[in-house]
Design a protein around this ligand. Structure first.
Ligand SMILES: Cc1ncc(COP(=O)(O)O)c(C=O)c1O
Length: 370
């Protein structure tokens, strides 16, 4: 018995590195001694939480009691809003939780799951932590390549992760293409369609309907309250699937994975349509501003359907990230996504976008000056 406790860890996690979140504001303030930090790094809602959701949080009582482990009222609200049965819903502590449930349910050593190059970083972490292999399908023009993903399926493939819109590329898949994909692949491979940025989609052809779950028993669709609903700190998301899969997902769910404050706020956030539409409007105009600036300064960017946009900073993104950071703007370097020169900008309020664009002009001057 000479091996250490670490040598005896689950082999799947030996090669993993912890997910690196966007740099926090407070830490940056201390580091740089700048008070007015602008964080455009984590695809949050710059408008903040809905006032109605905030109000209900302050009125919550019985915080000494465990939350409703079945999230009854929240599921009821989602069910009415979306026209689906409550038994098809699984709640998550953020939609990240659901990625883990699906991985835990279907994967173990010897299995594999497929995700796209430049796909959301949590997929390979969740897959590998089960001991399964994560198969990365090369992307095509930054987009998920569904034909390649289909070709990569073998007898050990149990799950395929698709994100639409995808983070950090912002690319989207047409619902029809996802349906065709479901038609073409074996029905015993689970397909997880991650729709964390669903509310920002404008065109019907991009919206994957929950109704598809009726026809495709291997389909799981997730939604998040961290983006357009502005509840990132509270951690709330849900998945819609067949009742049978939902029952499986609930087997691995901690009984109190979502807390009372998040569940109550989630209901109000769904009701507060004005807040959601204002959030979408701010995003639309911020995206447009960013695109105009990239076009006028000659930076290539990837068309985005989310609340962020990624652009080629024309040099190593550690350097470009630092340039913006020193000016008090936190962006996201995309090195871990195999996009070594790209930075991702989350869309902020008008004044935040103005500050970003002003700094982008300075950055361009510095680049040109060598
Ligand atoms: C594509 C995608 N899926 C899921 C998530 C997780 O969101 P949350 O756990 O906050 O719901 C994110 C967060 O940025 C994301 O970009």
């Amino acid at each position: 018995m000479s091996d250490s406790i670490l040598d005896r860890a689950n082999k799947g996690i030996l090669g993993l590195k912890p997910y690196e979140p966007g740099k926090p504001i407070e830490e940056t303030q201390k580091e740089l001694g700048i008070q007015n930090i602008i964080k455009l790094a984590s695809n949050e809602n710059p408008l903040g939480i809905s006032p109605k959701a905030l109000n209900v949080i302050s009125t919550q009582k019985d915080l000494n009691r465990y939350p409703d482990g079945n999230a009854t009222n929240f599921k009821q609200k989602v069910s009415e809003e979306e026209g689906i049965k409550t038994s098809m819903i699984t709640v998550g502590n953020g939609s990240n939780d659901l990625i883990e449930f699906v991985s835990k349910c279907f994967l173990s050593e010897g299995d594999n799951a497929i995700y796209s190059q430049h796909g959301f970083a949590i997929y390979p972490l969740a897959i590998k932590s089960t001991g399964a292999s994560a198969i990365k399908a090369k992307a095509k023009n930054w987009e998920h390549d569904l034909s390649l993903m289909k070709e990569l399926i073998d007898k050990n493939t149990k799950v395929i992760f698709l994100a639409s819109p995808n983070n950090p590329t912002g690319t989207v898949l047409e619902s029809k293409k996802i349906e065709k994909f479901l038609e073409d692949i074996p029905s015993n491979v689970a397909v997880f369609v991650d729709q964390a940025y669903f509310e920002y989609l404008e065109e019907e052809k991009h919206k994957v309907s929950f109704n598809l779950v009726e026809n495709y028993k291997n389909l799981i669709i997730s939604r998040s309250f961290s983006k357009a609903h502005g509840l990132a700190a509270l951690r709330l998301g849900y998945a819609v699937s067949s009742e049978e899969i939902a029952e499986f997902l609930n087997r691995v769910r901690q009984p109190f994975n979502t807390n009372s404050l998040a569940l109550a706020a989630g209901i109000k956030a769904i009701e507060d349509k004005d807040h959601i539409s204002s959030s979408i409007e701010i995003n639309k105009s911020g995206l447009k501003k960013a695109e105009e600036a990239f076009n006028s300064l000659g930076f290539e960017y990837i068309d985005s359907y989310g609340n962020f946009i990624s652009f080629d900073s024309q040099q190593d993104s550690d350097l470009s990230f630092d340039f913006f950071l020193k000016k008090g703007i936190i962006l996201r370097s995309l090195k871990v996504y195999e996009m070594p020169n790209h930075l991702r900008v989350s869309i902020g309020l008008e004044e935040e976008m103005n500050a970003f664009i002003e700094t982008l002009h300075d950055y361009k001057k510095a680049l040109d000056a060598g």
